[in-house]
Design a binder for this molecule. Sequence first.
Ligand code: NAD
Length: 495
Amino acid sequence: MKQINHIIGGSEVVSTSGRTSPVFNPATGEVTAEVGLGTVEEVDQAVAAAAAAFGPWSETSLAKRTAIMFRFRDLVDRYKEDMAGLLTAEHGKVLSDSLGEVQRGLENIEYATGVSEHLKGEFSQEASTGIDVYSVRQPLGVVAGISPFNFPAMVPMWMYPNAIATGNTFVLKPSEKNPSVNMLAAELLDEAGLPHGVFNVVQGDKVAVDRLLEHPDVAAISFVGSTPIARYIYTTGTNAGKRVQALGGAKNHMVVLPDADIGLAADAAVSAGYGSAGERCMAISVVVAVGSSADPLVAAIEERIPGLAVGAGTDADSQMGPVITAEHRDRIAAFVEGAPSEGATVVVDGTSQTFEGDGFFIAPSLIDNVTPEMACYRQEIFGPVLNVVRVDTYDEAIELIAANPFGNGTAIFTRDGGAARRFQIDVDAGMVGINVPVPVPVAYYSFGGWGDSLFGGVHAYGPEGINFYTKAKVITSRWPDPATSSIDLGFPQNI
Ligand code: NAD
């Protein structure tokens, strides 16, 4: 059985905990590897390696750091098929989604290659007579990243390229469900010339996370995962005096106005609701059908579902793969099965479709006449289930979204530019799509939701990421004019 270990100070380190977690191929249900879950001492070892590397790394010139990032960018590009293969093997998503994930991660590495531009300070000459004021940003020290199962390559790439490029050293605690891709990332960073100890990987679960949260030498934590854990990470980490950004779960609403192109909206709902089996924090989970859009929209989504090929991610014909575990599949099925007893209408019941073999497959479901008090609306399902909430007016749609505790992404489908503009102003969410169902910002903007989708206020990657991984310093400086110096410095006396 393949064993997955830590990477500490540039070397593989085998966990001594005696505790392991199985890594599945979700398409077959087979256990393909075991990951050793880290101990407190192993986390300490990783933090010590990162702390030792920090001094020299933070003093490495911007030119050298940039060159390493460029080499890493090229290596990820060269090995993207291998990365995608690992993602499909341990996450289950179809290969095209896996490649898309690597590509979106790559954007963040490309952004980090611009670190010398991002770290430029400000300068005010002669702020007062003989006084200049200027600002710099300095790295924090050892920073840690804790990432979820659903984007095993991309979400860490939201974190470590910017953290490292700005002069920090990094300890990554990836999801124990699909850890292999970050072992490859560590190899590629090594090949790119990153000094040992700058990037470390500690495999593990709550034990490793809790040690990172309390470790006195960890200056900051970036977390992405579910809302209850994000809240815990934020509270515990900030109590320990750390800088914390904690991105949580989501329940993303897509509003369809009566004037929308129904075909376009239905295509968008299907790809954004069922793509990656709904295991995306920016997946559309609730379609808010306004007025007369509802009947044709539900019919158009229903019509499209049978055309969606569900199968192994390695099969070129598959459009949707399995979900991450058997337990998760059963949890998703329970939402669909429970919906009628709460008064909803199951239009397409994905739970009734059976699959050969032991893979964790569940077909797409469509639930209509959902209301906000139902379980399938209140909770993040994180699976291939679209809920349709029918409302009479645009204002009701806005109120519905505002009342929902999550506020990650949202979208509107309309042909009316004025309505779209009104929506982008009115709506309570951090990322808004206009005729775009999954509005994940490009790497030079920052990613973050509102409400229970983000604790700590600072969004991930882009300019806010650079700020998160650096602390600001403002210098106020006075130098007497050499012309008035009592020592002859060789300056003309009346310049
Ligand atoms: P999760 O919260 O279960 O796990 C995330 C990380 O926290 C993992 O590394 C895990 O090992 C660790 N962890 C789990 N339980 C813990 C505990 N009790 N104490 C300490 N650490 C713990 O999330 P997941 O199931 O891996 O990922 C799916 C969730 O992530 C969904 O809710 C999804 O919406 C969310 N997500 C959010 C974003 C975003 O940008 N807001 C992006 C991707 C995923």
